[in-house]
Each structure stands twice: as C-alpha cells, then as structure tokens.
Design a protein around this ligand. Structure first.
Ligand SMILES: *[C@@H]1O[C@H](CO)[C@@H](O)[C@H](O)[C@H]1NC(C)=O
Ligand SMILES: *[C@@H]1O[C@H](CO)[C@@H](O)[C@H](O)[C@H]1NC(C)=O
Ligand SMILES: *[C@@H]1O[C@H](CO)[C@@H](O)[C@H](O)[C@H]1NC(C)=O
Ligand SMILES: *[C@@H]1O[C@H](CO)[C@@H](O)[C@H](O)[C@H]1NC(C)=O
Ligand SMILES: *[C@@H]1O[C@H](CO)[C@@H](O)[C@H](O)[C@H]1NC(C)=O
Ligand SMILES: *[C@@H]1O[C@H](CO)[C@@H](O)[C@H](O)[C@H]1NC(C)=O
Ligand SMILES: *[C@@H]1O[C@H](CO)[C@@H](O)[C@H](O)[C@H]1NC(C)=O
Ligand SMILES: *[C@@H]1O[C@H](CO)[C@@H](O)[C@H](O)[C@H]1NC(C)=O
Length: 804
C-alpha cells in the first residue's frame, strides 16, 4: 500500500515537474531542443503543443499539434517539413533581432522567420487558438504561424490571397492539391502536377451563379468561426453538421484532395468529419492520375483503363501509362466502358451527332484518346487526354477508348461494384485489375530518394553511418503505418460498411482487451503468434498476429473480405481482422484441441492416441476442406502450407484447416517464385514449387499426400530417416517407392502384410485394411512428381468416401 502511494506521489511529482518544465513562451536567446520531448511550448489552456515532432525515428519537424488526440499527433502546422532535422543536436532558437531559426544538428539553419532585423523580438508564444506568435515591443505581432498555414486551417485563422493550404501526407511531404483564392477571387481547389494542372472545385463547368459564389469582392478573406461556420468573401459558406460553440475543429486539405472539416470528440480524442467538399471521393478529379479510373470497390480505389499499366504502385495519382503505341492508321478500335467518364480535356464538343459521326471524329484525329458519347442528347466529346476517370453505377454515360486492334478482355475493364464483389476472387487468371487505396499512400521504400530525405540521409551517412540505419528503419516503420485509416473519412461512401457485416473489423484496442494484452499465447508459427482471447460477446477466439505482412491496408482488407466469406466445417472460421497502424491481426474461431502434430507426434504424456477411425475422419475432413477451397472458386484459394501444424482438432476430433488464404496475403502481386521463398515447409512442399514452376492447387494435393502418410505412420516423414544425413525428400522417395512396389505386387495377387508393417505400431494392428490401403494408394498418387498426375482434392474425397 505504502509503496503504491509513494510511487503515486512520485508520478505526480514527475508530472508537476514536466508541467513546470514545459514552457509557455520562448524569450530571446533561449531555445527548444529536439532531444527532450518535454521541451515544448503549451498554449495556456493546454489545447495545443508546439515543439519538435518526429515524423520517423530520427527525422524531426518543428510543429504545432493538438495535445489531446487519440493515436497519433494531429499536426496543424509545421515549419521545416521540407527539411526535417536530426534527432540529436537540433534546436529552434529565438534571436533578439527577431529571427526564429530551426537548426539542424550541424548548425545549419533549415528554416527561419523573415522578420526585418530592425525589429526586436520580445517573446514567442503559443496562443489558445493554436497560433504561434512572435511579439515585438509594444505587443505588436512580428510574425505568426497563422500567416503560413500548411494543410490545415484552424478556427479564426484567416485564409487570404497570400496564403494557401497544400495537401500533405503523414510524413508531411506536400501533395498535389492546394486550396487558395484563384485569380477571380474565388476560394478554389487546385490540382498541380508537372504536366497537368486544373481546378476541380468548385466545378469548373458551372457558371458563377450555379456556383453561388461572387467574384466581385476583392477583399479575399475566408475564416472558419468558433461555431463551425465558414464564410468567405466570395460567398463560400458551409457549416459543420455539429454546428455550435465549444467544439474543437480543423479544416484540412487531405492527401486525397478532399477538403474536410473535422470535429474533435473530447472524450475519446477522435476526429469525425462534419463537412467535406466532395461527399463522393471519386469525384475528385485527378485522384487516379492520367489514364486512371476511380472505382468504388466499394471503397474508392484506383484502377487503370484497359491497355494501361500502373506507373507507380505506391502513388496512384501518377496514373497509368499505355502498353501500346497508336499508329494512327485508322485501324484502331474502340472499347466501351460502361458508366464511366473522363472529365474535361475535351478537344471539342458537339451535340446532336450520331454515334457513328462521333466515332469518326475521334478516329480521324491522331491526338484523340477516346470519346464520351451521351446517347440521349447526341453529345460528343473527343478527349485529348484521359484524366479524372470515374466509374460509378448510375453515371449513365459511357466512354469509348481508342486502342490498337487487340483483344481486350472483359475482365480488364474496371467497374464500380459498391454492393457486389467484382474484385473478389475471380479465378480467371485474366482478372488482372489491380486496385489500391490512394488516401495517403506512402512513397514506401523510395522515400530515401525523396529529395528532402535524401538531403537528410546523405548528410547523416557521412557522419553517423549507424544512425542512418536507424533513420531508414524508422522511415520504414512509419511507412508501414501509413496505410492507417483515418476514422470517419468515408462516411458517405456507399457500401463501405457492407464488408463488415458478418465479418468484422476490430480495433487494436478491442483485441488488446480481448486477449488481456496478448497474454495467453496458444501457438506460434511462421505466419505469426496466436493468442487466446474472449470477445465482448463472450465468444472465445484465437487471435493471430500476422508477421511480415507487407501489404497495404486496402489489399489486406480486400483479401480478408474474401477469406471472411469462406465457411466450411473443416476450415477454421475467420471472424474478423484488425488492420491498425502496423498491426495486421486475424480473429479466428477458437478450436478446442491442439493441432494435429501435437496429437500425432507428441511423445509427451498425457497423450491422446488417435484411433484408426479418428485418423480416417481427419483424412476425410482435411480432404473436404481442401476440396472446398480449391473447388468453390476453381483454384483461387491455394493453401500453400498444409501440414499437421495447420490442422486443428475440435472437441470431437473433427479437423479444421487453418491459415488458408495467407499465401495470397503474403504474396499479392508478386511472382509465384516469391511464394516459395516465403511459404511452404520443408517436407511438405511439392517439387515443382522448389523448381520455380507455376503453383497450382496440386501443391496442396502433394502436401496432403505427405500428411496422409504421416497419419498412417504416426510419425513425421523427417523422422523416418535411417541415418541423420538422409534428406527428407530422399526418405520420402524411398518410402513411396517401397509402397508403390507393394501395391504393384498386390495387384499381381501376392497378399502381403506390408500394410500392417507400415501403419503406426501404437495402433496394435487395430485398423481397417480397406481404408488403410486406400489411404496408401491415395498418398502415393498425391505425391507424384508430376503435378498433373496427382488427383484433385475432389477425387480424393470421393475415393475416401468410397471406403468410409
Ligand atoms: C516518435 O518517438 C516516440 C517516442 O520516442 C515513438 O514512440 C514514436 O514511435 C516515434 N514516432 C515515429 C513516427 O517514429
Ligand atoms: C524567408 O525568405 C527566404 C528568402 O526570401 C525564403 O526562401 C524563405 O522561404 C522565407 N522563409 C519563410 C518562413 O517565409
Ligand atoms: C483575420 O482578419 C480579420 C479581418 O481582416 C482581422 O481583424 C484579424 O485580426 C485577422 N486574424 C488573424 C489571426 O490574423
Ligand atoms: C451566397 O450563398 C447563398 C447560400 O450559399 C446563396 O443563397 C446566395 O444566393 C449566394 N449569393 C450570391 C451573391 O451568390
Ligand atoms: C466582401 O467580403 C467581406 C468579408 O466577407 C464582406 O464583409 C463584404 O461585405 C464583401 N463585399 C461585397 C461587395 O460583397
Ligand atoms: C464521443 O466519444 C464517446 C466515447 O467513444 C461517445 O460515447 C460519444 O457519443 C462521442 N460523442 C460524440 C459527439 O460523437
Ligand atoms: C512504342 O514506341 C516506342 C518508341 O517509339 C518504343 O520504345 C516502345 O517500346 C513502343 N511500345 C510498344 C508497347 O510497342
Ligand atoms: C470471372 O471473369 C470472367 C472473365 O475473365 C467472367 O467471364 C466470369 O463471369 C467471372 N466470374 C465471376 C464469378 O465473376
């Protein structure tokens, strides 16, 4: 008790100390240092904090953030985001002559306020509004952060013709979107890329009255007031849905180009969207870049137009490039994309023309990339480039793409399927549409080549070689976190919630609670560690933390939404998943008894000896489970790692296969060869896999063959070796040859007792001869070298049933 209260007192003291050490202002000559995370300025009411913020392990940016938000810091302003400084030796300092300077570890100034040297700074202070101000003599404001916003506007912060918001990702690297006054004095959203730039909001096709703006006011000012009401001098008005005082808000231009107003829930520290410029994200022009098409999957994602390929997997806004060259010899053909349109970039527009005429216009123009034709009005829009593609049910328009005369498969045409599963497993190998999430996509491992970071790394490399590794590691860590979802970002997207109906997404917190902070470990495998947990609804579950998932959020979620639909009594049910920051976790059905290997091979007491009937039941159940995986969707779900460890036994000793679908998760988009590097367990992998041949469902048939042999013998193949040097493949080959010979001899009529010799001695010859022979026969044919000669799992089930 005493120890407890003492430590409590100590804690309080530390707290108090921290609060004292956290300053309220900076006076000339003093500085904040990067090393001490408590060396920060607080606003008087504590809402905002200002100091160095690490965007990765050792890259720091002088920023202002909300002090009390859940998860990561919500940065509202930053100074040196283009030049992060090192985690050691860097400072921000106020000079008496009115300059505030951010210095890197080597003394280099990476950022400074431009204040005329004649003015004398008295102090720098963070206000309750989140404004960092530098006061001179007589309380005049020499400089304020409100005058140079980054991607966020706070209440009472003016946006003027001199300021603009620029979208940024989590590493604070500026994106391509900006929000500022245009030359008509209208508040506007711009898209800027080297080869193309345009206005996308307000809709440039509307006239000034339709926009309900006024372009006559040269005052150019806009401000969000304390109650969540925005008023611009151009009559731009909007208000938060939770309009009212005493709510903390921010207006942020997100990385996906949408302008969103957020409100903070003080009790749980989360942000929710209370207004946004585009309720439907795909409508943001340029989101998917040149030749890209925004689709609802149901979550907004980017796909390429047929005949095009992704330029940069990690940055979909770079768009897609054509895989063909148009010869312009009049031999081209047109591919129709239903409910799809590319906005803008019309070469001309004509109405009341026939489809044929429209087609001709485009065919005769070498620069025409395709045309949009509106059936009803006969409007024809030939396109000079394909930007702002969106496919959406009910769009009612079609675009006709000009392609060279080639075969275009239906499956390469993107469709939005907010309610269906167009991108769910389609076994056809041709279904190659690749979609990815674009909200705040990381620049991934290439961030090192990003100029800003290059600067940092080159510098550090020269001096602190070892630290570089840490920086890189830190970045890698951040980048892995990048996929993280912003809560409430997609409230208005149709169908988004639908994925999560039966199959739920869990938060990391929930799972932490369910597993009592991952206490009760019940298993550990190559794909991750498994813990036992109890959900709120009292359901007992197995919670598996996946190791090494290098996948983006979108893909992971997509893959999981497929796995979540798989339901068979011989497959472990996947109840849900968690994809929270770096965490990728599966929530699985809890299966009472341990995995097959523990029961079958363990010599430790108390041992359940699997009786013959039970072994046969296990063989049949596993076969059924695999047949379901292979058959339900042709060859979509290949297990790729079937082994006794992945076969769980329930209370009735009914087998349940686990870890299916993970091969896909670990390998999405990679070549099959890569699978072999990552997956598969020695002794159970088919020979074609090792030799790098294409992987088909027959690799599972091979593994099943090995498991059958082990079920019969009650020992691991790797333990059958006659001497320590014998390779497991050699042993298997020897045993299979022996069994094959015996089967052949049997055909010639010589009855032998070889089956009894082969079968687990612990069974004391208590087995069904017919079933045993069938299992041997099947096992031998399953482990055929040539995958084509192996039976399908469906055949196997039938054969087993024939002797059941
Ligand atoms: C920043 O530093 C804190 C504490 O040192 C650490 O917990 C956090 O993960 C770091 N953040 C990033 C993005 O590296
Ligand atoms: C200060 O002035 C320099 C040179 O004109 C400019 O490059 C820099 O961006 C300015 N800094 C700020 C914070 O405005
Ligand atoms: C915003 O503009 C108004 C009107 O011009 C002005 O009174 C106010 O001081 C400005 N606010 C800030 C923080 O600059
Ligand atoms: C200003 O906006 C309001 C509503 O947003 C609209 O009713 C009004 O007509 C607009 N005024 C002008 C001059 O466009
Ligand atoms: C221009 O905008 C300011 C600020 O919103 C407003 O006070 C003023 O009345 C506007 N002037 C005109 C002519 O609309
Ligand atoms: C704020 O969060 C709490 C806890 O999650 C929740 O109960 C409450 O309804 C939320 N309030 C608002 C206004 O969303
Ligand atoms: C298109 O033409 C360029 C040069 O004219 C060539 O390098 C490229 O390989 C061609 N692409 C295809 C797909 O034929
Ligand atoms: C899979 O794609 C093919 C075209 O490649 C299509 O014919 C088939 O209907 C699709 N199957 C499903 C289940 O969507």
């Amino acid at each position: 008790m005493e120890i407890h209260s003492t430590s409590l007192l100590l804690l309080n003291l530390i707290h108090l100390f921290l609060r004292i050490s956290a300053r309220e202002f900076l006076s000339p000559g003093s500085s904040l240092s990067v090393e001490d995370s408590s060396d920060v300025l607080h606003s008087p009411d504590g809402t905002f904090t200002c100091g160095f913020n690490n965007i990765s392990g050792s890259a720091f940016v002088f920023s202002i953030w909300f002090s009390n938000t859940a998860h990561e810091k919500t940065v509202v302003w930053s100074a040196n985001h283009l030049h992060p400084v090192y985690s050691w030796g860097s400072i921000v300092m106020l000079y008496a002559d009115g300059g505030m300077v951010v210095k890197d570890y080597n003394g280099q100034a990476v950022w400074e306020t431009n204040v005329s040297s004649s003015s004398k700074a008295e102090q720098v202070q963070l206000l309750d509004t989140g404004n960092l101000i530098m006061k001179g003599q007589g309380d005049i404001i020499l400089w304020q952060s409100f005058d140079s916003p980054t991607d966020t506007l706070l209440p009472n912060q003016n946006i003027t013709s001199a300021t603009k918001l620029v979208s940024a990702n989590r590493l604070l690297v500026p994106g391509r979107y900006s929000f500022h006054f245009d030359d008509q004095h209208l508040l506007t959203l711009f898209y800027d890329q080297t080869d193309i730039s345009f206005i996308y909001w307000p809709d440039p096709n509307k006239n000034i009255w339709e926009k309900q703006r006024s372009s006559f006011n040269t005052t150019t000012i806009g401000v969000l007031d304390s109650s969540g009401y925005f008023l611009g001098s151009d009559n731009l008005t909007f208000k938060a849905t939770d309009w009212g005082l005493k709510v903390m808000r921010r207006l942020t231009l997100n990385y996906d180009g949408n302008l969103r107003l957020y409100s903070l829930n003080k009790s749980d520290g989360r942000w929710s969207v209370t207004w946004m410029a585009y309720p439907r994200t795909c409508s943001i022009r340029g989101l998917c870049g040149m030749n890209g098409i925004c689709v609802y999957t149901p979550r907004p994602a980017c796909a390429c137009a047929p005949g095009h390929e992704i330029i940069d997997q990690r940055d979909r806004s770079k768009g897609c490039r054509p895989k063909f060259n148009l010869s312009c010899d009049g031999q081209e053909m047109f591919v129709k994309l239903h409910n799809t349109d590319f906005r803008g970039n019309d070469q001309s527009s004509s109405t009341s023309v026939s489809f044929h005429t429209c087609k001709k216009i485009c065919l005769n123009n070498c620069n025409c990339k395709g045309f949009s034709y509106w059936q009803g009005s006969g409007s024809c829009f030939p396109k000079s480039s394909l930007v702002g593609g969106v496919t959406s049910l009910g769009l009612g328009r079609s675009i006709y793409l000009k392609l060279p005369k080639t075969q275009v498969s239906e499956s390469s045409i993107p469709h939005s399927q907010p309610f269906g599963h167009r991108y769910a497993p389609n076994c056809s190998a041709k279904n190659k549409i690749f979609t990815t999430d674009f909200l705040d996509q990381p620049k991934s491992s290439q961030s090192g080549s990003h100029p800003q970071y290059l600067y940092l790394y080159v510098f550090l490399a020269a001096i602190f070689c070892v630290e570089v590794i840490f920086v890189a590691f830190g970045c890698w860590f951040v980048l892995r976190r990048e996929g993280k979802q912003l809560t409430g970002v997609w409230p208005a997207e149709v169908g988004y919630e639908m994925i999560t109906n039966h199959f739920r997404r869990y938060t990391y917190k929930e799972l932490q609670r369910a597993t009592r902070k991952f206490k009760d470990q019940i298993g550990c495998g190559a794909s991750g560690i498994v813990y036992k947990g109890v959900l709120k609804d009292k359901r007992v579950v197995a919670v598996k933390r996946l190791a090494d998932i290098n996948q983006g959020e979108e893909e992971f979620q997509h893959e999981l939404s497929v796995i979540g639909k798989i339901y068979h009594m011989n497959l472990v049910r996947v109840w849900g998943f968690c994809s929270d920051g770096p965490h990728r976790i599966l929530v699985l059905e809890y299966v009472e008894n341990a995995s097959l290997d523990k029961t079958l091979f363990s010599s430790k007491a108390p041992q359940i000896l699997l009786e013959w009937n039970q072994r046969f039941k296990v063989a049949l159940g596993v076969a059924k489970g695999l047949a379901y995986l292979h058959h339900e969707c042709l060859e979509w779900v290949i297990h790729c790692d079937l082994k006794p460890e992945n076969i769980l036994l329930d209370e009735n000793l009914e087998p349940k296969i686990t870890d299916f679908g993970l091969a896909k998760l670990l390998n999405r988009g990679g070549s099959n060869k890569n699978v072999s590097r990552v997956r598969g367990t020695r002794g159970y992998i088919a020979p074609e896999w090792v030799s790098g041949h294409p992987i088909t469902a027959k690799v599972d048939v091979y593994s099943f063959g090995v498991v059958l042999l082990e079920l019969l013998k009650g020992a691991r193949v790797s333990d059958w070796a006659s001497n320590a040097n014998e390779e497991v493949e050699t042993v298997l080959g020897r045993v299979v040859r022996m069994l094959t010979e015996n089967l052949m001899l049997e055909l010639e009529g010589s009855q032998q007792l070889w089956v009894a010799d082969f079968i687990d001695l612990r069974l004391n010859s208590q087995f069904d001869n017919l079933q045993a022979r069938m299992m041997v026969k099947l096992a031998v044919s399953c482990v055929e070298e040539d995958g084509r000669k192996r039976p399908t799992m469906e055949n196997v089930v039938q054969m087993l049933l024939s002797v059941a």
